[in-house]
Design a protein around this ligand. Structure first.
Ligand code: C5P
Length: 236
C-alpha cells in the first residue's frame, strides 16, 4: 500500500438463513474481524434482532439492503436502519439523485453515525448484462460507474459500491470525497461463483478501497478463521 493510504476495513458478509449460523461465524472470527454485513437473506429471516446481537458482540454492522424505491420510502428505510445502529447502509444509485439525497437525510434523522453508500453497478453484472437490462447496444462499465459515482457525490453520499476494476478511477476522480466499498473479492485464481467483476484483497487495497466486503472466500473456507487471518496479513 502506498504511504499515507489507510488500510481498508474488512467486512465479512453473513449470507446465512438463520441467526445461529451468523453468530457462529461472528464468534469464529472474534479478534480477526469486527465488521459484518447483514444482507437480504439474513435480515429477512431474522429481522432487526440480528443487528442488535452483532452490535452487542462488539462489532459494527453494514446493513446491505440496497434500497431502491421512491425517495420518501427510502428515507424511512434508511432512517430505520440508522436508528438500529447500522454503520453503513446501501441504496441503488440508479434510484436517482433525489432518492439518494433522501437516504442521506434519513440516515441523519435516524441518529448514530450511519454512512450511505450508493451501489453503482452490481459486481455480478458484466457489460453485456447491463446493456441487456438497460436496452442498450453496449455499455462501458467504467463510464457508467463514474456517472453514478458523480450522482452519489452530488447527493451527499458517504461513498459508493463498485467493482475492483473501476475503483482506481473512482479514487482518481473523487479522492477522499467518496469512500469506495468493493465486493467481489477473490484470492488469485479462486472460483468467481456468480461474480463477474472480481479483484484480490491486495489489488482492492491498492486501488484505494475504504471497505472490502468478503463473503465466501472466508465463510465457505474450510477454516474461516485461518482464511481471515491470511487476508488480514495480506493487507497489513
Ligand atoms: O461471497 P461473495 O464474496 O461473492 O459475497 C459478496 C457479498 O457482497 C454478497 O453478500 C453480496 O450481496 C455483496 N455485494 C456484491 N455486490 C455489490 C454489493 C454487495 O456482491 N455491488
Amino acid at each position: 500500500m502506498s504511504p499515507g493510504r489507510r488500510r481498508p476495513e474488512v467486512i465479512v458478509a453473513l449470507d446465512y438463513h438463520d441467526a445461529a449460523h451468523a453468530m457462529q461465524m461472528v464468534d469464529c472470527l472474534r479478534g480477526a474481524c469486527t465488521f459484518f454485513k447483514v444482507g437480504h437473506e439474513l435480515f429477512t429471516a431474522t429481522g432487526p434482532r440480528i443487528v442488535e446481537r452483532i452490535l452487542a458482540s462488539g462489532s459494527d454492522v453494514f446493513l446491505d439492503l440496497k434500497f431502491h424505491d421512491i425517495p420518501n420510502t427510502v428515507r424511512g428505510g434508511v432512517r430505520s436502519a440508522a436508528s438500529l445502529g447500522a454503520r453503513l447502509v446501501t441504496v441503488h444509485g440508479v434510484g436517482g439523485r433525489r432518492m439518494v439525497e433522501a437516504a442521506v437525510e434519513g440516515a441523519a434523522e435516524g441518529g448514530g453515525n450511519c454512512g450511505v453508500l450508493a451501489v453503482t453497478l452490481l459486481t455480478s453484472l458484466a457489460a453485456g448484462d447491463i446493456a441487456q437490462s438497460w436496452g442498450r447496444g453496449s455499455v462501458d462499465v467504467e463510464t457508467e460507474v463514474l456517472r453514478l459515482a458523480a450522482l452519489a457525490a452530488g447527493a451527499g453520499a458517504h461513498g459508493v459500491v463498485c467493482g475492483g476494476p473501476e475503483a482506481p478511477h473512482v479514487r482518481e476522480q473523487f479522492g477522499d470525497r467518496l469512500a469506495a466499498l468493493i465486493p467481489g473479492i477473490r484470492l488469485a485464481g479462486a472460483a468467481t461463483h456468480d461474480q463477474a467483476r472480481v479483484t484480490t484483497p491486495e489489488a482492492a487495497a491498492a486501488a484505494g478501497a475504504r471497505y472490502l466486503v468478503i463473503g465466501r472466500t472466508v465463510t465457505a473456507a474450510e477454516d474461516p478463521a485461518r482464511a481471515m487471518a491470511a487476508i488480514n496479513a495480506s493487507l497489513a
